[in-house]
Ligand binder design. Structure first.
Ligand SMILES: Cc1cc2nc3c(=O)[nH]c(=O)nc-3n(C[C@H](O)[C@H](O)[C@H](O)COP(=O)(O)OP(=O)(O)OC[C@H]3O[C@@H](n4cnc5c(N)ncnc54)[C@H](O)[C@@H]3O)c2cc1C
Length: 585
């Protein structure tokens, strides 16, 4: 990207008026801002700056984005980098060994698309049908959403010569992607050898490659995933390098970086603008048409609450005048949790190759000259399945009954393969299980009426026992994969994590509670729903109930956490609501 805003596109910190004011220049915010700027005047307010400047190679080079992003450390020992990360922490998780978790969220132009793992995949036909049913709007079925998914994407087929990995040839339906949008979606030009073995382990226990890939409305079997990656340079593509760059020079979009939106201004229950703070200068950006909040899963509900929209009791406790009493603001938080089973392996991995002084120079040359080699490596392979009968039979009746409410093509567990550098240069392979249906419900609230005070985040992990039950089943299933034929070729020694001593269901659950992590897919804190649903915050056009001129457009409005990974759906929802606005809906 240009790494600078042209003077006329950099907003001036002074009172001004636009058609639309977008709060948050993240994944959804930059997408909707760029789309609206094609036909209207638009300002976007973003707390951060350019991640390429503030975080350097770690956020740009694919391998480093997997391993060098120290800010994704989920423990409270995370490194403090306030220029790029919001440094949010959860309240102690009482069903997860009382752990306090650091929950990384991008504070930069591009938001979390600038620090994510870049996997691009969608959810299932039945998941979007459920979304349509919950919100009472058929425009949310997969066939009706597909044009919006396609609109954002520019697909480049894999470069098989550079990948040079017959065991990792991506299979996909090219018709499902799209090719006219600004967001680059492609495959990495190098495949980590350990990952091909781990994929073979999952295939050996019945999870065959899905020939359509995971963007066609199906999530079952395995897939070599595409990523949001620029295939020419093998660098991250984010909402900033795609949508923002595309809008610069072509539209009148005004960007206010390093600026905190402090409050939405209302007159007679109509959103009129936003107060902003830039380096101590306080001013107002007024919206002739609408204010659009795209602050992400934790900050969108916070911005609504400090502006007077939320549960009445919470607002009153902080002396905030109530504009609309919406009890669902900050509720319904859904955070899929994950647990890994790891072993030492004898196969090389990307990290061992770049950490080794003998192989590092050639890795660097390949990356610089060919956009290939270990540095271009990204997350590779994921599988989904409905649990096989012998594992399903170990679930509690309550969990089985809860699962039975979901459609027959609903994936029940996700398995991600990964590889890490172990002690003394050793290589560790990991297969993790993630719940695809989050039964626990958490919340986001405020500790103060001041936006600068961090929100109070409680994902309430494992408050519904079904989530722990599912992960115990996942560990058992992964152990089957680690016992498969391909695994025997690469495994070294007894199981490294959790370790063979963790054996009974109770022991596995205890290990999970002490070690499970987020995969940073939290959603649904300003949930979309029908007007009759008291906990719904926005309608199916993302308009906030009880007020005019205000929408929320980001992952917080997902009615629930759909199986799959969310960024494709975040770009999609921003495209869809931009189209609604353009058509006067
Ligand atoms: C570490 C990590 C790995 C992930 N991996 C993947 C993956 O591989 N695949 C996938 O599909 N998804 C992945 N995700 C999830 C995905 O990236 C997010 O769900 C998605 O980017 C959320 O988009 P959003 O627009 O809702 O929020 P964000 O992109 O986070 O944008 C919110 C923006 O609002 C700004 N903001 C907030 N409050 C204010 C304020 N008061 N004033 C001004 N600005 C404000 C923030 O700085 C930020 O830029 C990952 C996420 C993380 C964090």
């Amino acid at each position: 990207g240009p790494l600078r805003l042209r003077a006329e596109q950099l907003g001036t910190p002074r009172n001004d008026t636009f058609d639309y004011v977008v709060v948050g220049g993240g994944t959804a915010g930059l997408t909707i801002a760029a789309r609206l700027a094609k036909f209207a005047s638009v300002a976007v307010i973003e707390a951060g700056g350019y991640y390429q400047v503030d975080y350097g190679n770690a956020s740009v080079i694919p391998l480093l984005a997997l391993t060098g992003l120290d800010i994704i450390d989920p423990t409270t020992n995370f490194p403090h980098r306030p220029n790029i990360d919001w440094e949010l922490v959860t309240v102690p998780q009482s069903n997860a060994a009382n752990r306090v978790m650091h929950y990384a969220q991008g504070k930069t132009l591009g938001g979390s698309s600038a620090i994510n793992t870049m996997s691009y995949l969608r959810s299932t036909k039945s998941a979007y049908q459920r979304w349509a049913d919950l919100v009472g709007d058929n425009s949310y079925t997969f066939p009706n959403l597909l044009p919006y998914f396609k609109e954002s994407v520019h697909l480049t087929p894999p470069n098989l010569a550079k990948r040079n990995a017959a065991n990792a040839t991506p299979e996909y339906d090219p018709n499902s992607f799209g090719n006219g949008g600004p967001l680059e979606v492609s495959w990495n030009n190098w495949v980590d050898p350990t990952l091909t073995w781990l994929a073979a382990c999952l295939q050996a226990v019945g999870l065959a490659i899905n020939p359509k890939g995971f963007s066609s409305g199906e999530l079952n079997g395995g897939s070599w995933l595409p990523s949001t990656i620029d295939p020419t340079h093998a660098t991250r593509d984010s909402a900033q390098t795609s949508f923002l760059d595309d809008a610069l020079g072509k539209t009148q979009l005004r960007v206010f970086p390093h600026s905190l939106a402090t409050r939405i201004l209302f007159k007679d229950k109509k959103a009129k603008g936003v107060t902003v703070s830039t380096n101590g200068t306080i001013y107002s950006l007024m919206a002739k048409k609408e204010v659009i909040v795209s602050g992400g899963v934790f900050h969108s509900p916070q911005i609504l609450m400090v502006s007077g929209i939320g549960p009445k009791a919470t607002l009153q406790a902080h002396n905030i005048s109530v504009v609309a009493d919406l009890p669902g603001v900050g509720k319904n938080l859904q955070d899929p949790v994950s647990i890994g089973v790891g072993n030492f392996v004898n196969t090389p991995n990307a990290q061992s190759m770049v950490a080794n002084s003998a192989t590092q120079p050639e890795a660097l040359r390949q990356y610089r000259e060919d956009a290939a080699g270990p540095y271009s490596s990204v997350a590779g392979y994921i599988s989904y399945e409905r649990l096989p009968a012998e594992i399903r039979s170990t679930l509690s009746n309550a969990t089985r009954e809860a699962l039975a409410k979901y459609p027959s093509d609903w994936p029940e567990l996700q398995y991600i393969v990964g590889t890490f550098l172990g002690p003394n240069g050793s290589a560790m392979g990991s297969i993790s299980a993630t719940i695809t249906t989050t039964f626990s419900r958490g919340s986001v609230s405020i500790a103060s009426a001041d936006i600068a005070t961090a929100p109070v985040i409680d994902p309430s992990w494992f408050s519904n026992p079904a989530d722990g039950d599912m992960l115990v089943a996942g560990v058992k299933r992964i152990r089957q994969a680690w016992a498969s034929g391909p695994a025997q070729s690469i495994r070294l020694g007894p199981e490294a994590r959790p370790g063979v001593e963790v054996d009974t269901d109770a022991e596995i659950l205890d290990y999970i509670q002490k070690n499970a992590n987020m995969i940073w897919h939290a959603s649904s804190t300003c949930a979309m729903g029908k007007k009759s649903d008291k906990m719904a915050v926005v309608d199916s056009k993302a308009r906030v109930f009880g007020v005019q001129g205000l929408r929320v457009v980001d992952i917080s409005i997902f009615p629930y956490s759909p199986p799959g990974h969310p960024q494709a759906s975040v770009y999609m929802i921003a495209e869809k609501i931009a189209d609604d606005i353009k058509r006067g809906r």
